[in-house]
Design a protein around this ligand. Sequence first.
Ligand code: ASP
Length: 343
Amino acid sequence: MDFVGSHILSVDQFARGDIDRLFAVADALEPFARRDRITRVLQGAILSNMFFEPSTRTRVSFGCAFNRLGGDVRETTEVKASALAKGESLHDTARVLSGYSDVIVMRHPQEGSVAEFASASRVPVINAGDGANEHPSQALLDLYTVRQEIRAQGRGMDGLRIAVVGDLKFGRAVHSLLKLLALFERISVNLVSPPGLEAPPDVVSVLADAGHDIGVHHDLGEGIHHVDILYVTRTQEERFASPEEADRYRGLFRVNEAIYTEHCEPNTVIMHPLPRDSRAQAQELDEDLNANPNLAIFRQTDNGVVVRMALFAMVLDVVDQVQDHARPVTWYTAKRTPAARHL
Ligand code: ASP
């Protein structure tokens, strides 16, 4: 695909070569994400960061990514703080905002809403999550992390064994990640969920059509056996008809150090798109795993910035200019350990 000027709405847009190119740019931007160097290549550019659903990581890391490239960020974080609350259509909001900014990042609770918004926008729009549908930038940073972790073990992506655990029905991060994994060779995927929260058939068929090995499990221990990556997700309570319905699933699959040690291999990497639900009734990824060196969740969050920088650099066509606008950092920067184990 041609990234320049494109909307990034779904991982369906990417071929494997596109991912390779994006990750090569991300690798080159690591010193800037790490604050060893700074660049002002996007000086004068404006990002509209529109989040109509709760977000910490995605919103802040998109903003930081743009700032790290030298651009400015304008944020709207609630429907009630925008004219959507006065009945304005996505079309009109898109026409207006695209007159104010150079690129727009948007999260919205309705599936397909970001694509609808993008069709009226005069500038590129990046989907930061549309309902239970997709979360492309999360999947890209997850894949970047998988690649980094697996590389550190001296292996490549092809032949990867992964278990995805939890709410696979509503988890948009999982939907996008599974579709991206289908681009690789000989992937073995265990889909581990409570009955009723299985992955949507259209997502599973992307993997099946590409000839990958798929196992469906309703038993946690069985499902996470012999995998390279254990990817745990949260019950997406906001997508259920009522909180009581979500409660029926909460806490059914809890991964902790004892379960990990019993079922996983010594170097199985533990991932989660976050937030992990750490309330007593959930504890899907127990805090007793915090000292486990294979817990990659904060390496994932660190990678969110550099992967989103790469997306901006490619969409706004400044990849070749980054170094021209670069210089060493001038302020004290803390050493980034231990989250950045492999950097
Ligand atoms: N932060 C991710 C998302 O927005 C995962 C989650 O919320 O569970 O989809």
